[in-house]
Design a protein around this ligand. Sequence first.
Ligand SMILES: Nc1ncnc2c1ncn2[C@@H]1O[C@H](COP(=O)(O)OP(=O)(O)OP(=O)(O)O)[C@@H](O)[C@H]1O
Length: 449
Amino acid sequence: MDEPDLFTAAAEERQAREPGRAPLAVRMRPRTLDEVAGQRQLLKPGSPLRRLVGGSRGPAATSSVILWGPPGTGKTTLAHVISQAVEGRFVELSAITAGVKEVRAVIDGARRAVGMSGKETVLFLDEIHRFSKAQQDSLLPAVENRWVTLIAATTENPYFSVISPLLSRSLLLTLESLTDEDVRALLRRAVADERGLEGALELSVDAEDHLVRLAGGDARRALTTLEAAAGAALEKGEESITLATTETAVNHAAVRYDKDGDQHYDVASALIKSIRGSDVDATLHYLARMIEAGEDPRFIARRLMISASEDVGLADPTALPTAVAAAQAVALIGFPEARIILSQAAIALALAPKSNAAYLAIDAALADVRQGLAGAVPPHLRDAHYGGAGKLGHGQGYQYPHDLPEGIAAQQYAPDAVHGKEYYRPTRRGGEARYADVVEWTRGRLKGE
Ligand SMILES: Nc1ncnc2c1ncn2[C@@H]1O[C@H](COP(=O)(O)OP(=O)(O)OP(=O)(O)O)[C@@H](O)[C@H]1O
C-alpha cells in the first residue's frame, strides 16, 4: 500500500523550495523554538519540550507528544521543530481527511523504513479529536512498539477527546492563545522579514491594532489577514497598509465558511431549519457544507439528536433513536464514512412528520413551576415505606392502577395548584395521532368519566 503523499514531508519540502508561492503564515513558520512567540511556560529552560528538542537523548528515547491548544498557536509548528530533532522521516496526516487505512499505510511504511535504513518516522496527526475511539485505537500498537513517534495535535480537551491509553503514553504539552503583544510582534516581524513582506509596505498603527484585535490570539489568522490587507494595498498601489484597506480586505476574506466563526452557527441553524421545514434537499446542502468545512461529525450528530426530539418528537418516535444511533455510529466510525450515516439520519428527520408538542409541553410545565405553581404532593401518593408514614396518613387511600380493569384509577396525581392543567397538547400528525387519542381517553378515565 502506498503512503499518502498529500500531507507528507515531500509536500512541505516542495513548498519550502517555492517560498514565494506559499501563504505568508507558512513562510513565517518558526524554524526553531527561539522563533516561537508566546508559549513561555513550554519554552522555559529545562522544560520537557526543551529537553525533547535539545537532542541530548537519542531518537529512540523520544516519547509521543500531544499538543493541545487553540487554533493558530503553534501546534503544527512545534511538531515540525520536534521532528527535526528526531532527524527521521516526517509524515503528516489530518484526522479530517485520513482514516484507519491511511494510518495503517504510514505504520507499515515506518516499519519498513526502520528495517531498511534504521530511520525513525514521526507521524504528525492533526486534529486527533476528530478520530473516533476505534480510529485512535489503530495507533496504539505503533506507539507502544515505537514504530512511530506520534505527535498529535488537538484543539479539544484531550482528557475527553483522546483515548486514555494514548494519553498515558504521551507527553502532553498545552499551548495558549498568544497575547496581543505577541501577535503585534509577529505582525511586525512578518512585515519586515525577508521571508515575509520584505519591508515593501508599511503597516499603519490603526491597521495593526485592527489586525491584532481580529486575530484574537491566533497567529495564523493574524498573518492571513495581514496578507490579505497587504495584497489589497499593493493592488491599489499604496505604500502603506491603511485601516480602510484592511477593513475591506478582511470583509472580503470573511465570506468563506469559517468553522469557528459566525457562519458555523448560521449554517448549523439553516440545517436544523431545513429539517424542521421538511426540505430534504436543502437539508443535504447544508449538511454537505458543514462536512466540507471540516465540521466535527459529533457536533452535527448532536444537532440532529436535538432536532429529532424538538421538531419530530412523537410524530415519529423512531426519529430520536435513529439520531442517537447515528451519533453513536459517527463516534465509532468518523469521517469519511460518517457522512453517509449523517445523511441517512438527516434525511429521515427531514421527511418525518413534525411535532413540537413534547418541547412545548415541558416548557409549559416548567413555566408554571418557575412561577411557583407547585405545592404539596397529594397525601395518597407520598412515600409509605418508612416507619411512621402510615401514622402521617401517607399512602392512605392510594389506588393501585393494576388492580383495576382498565389499569387507570380515577385519582388525583398533580398537586392542587396545577391539578387539571393539560400541558401535553398533541398534534394529529404522523404517529402522534395515536397519542392524541390515548391522551383524550386517559384524561377522561382519570376524571372518572
Ligand atoms: N507561537 C507561534 N509563534 C510564531 N508563529 C506562530 C505561532 N503559532 C502559530 N504561528 C504562525 O501561524 C501559522 C499556523 O500555526 P500552526 O500551524 O502551528 O498552528 P496550529 O496551532 O497547528 O493551528 P491549528 O489548530 O489551526 O492547526 C504558522 O505557520 C506560523 O506562521
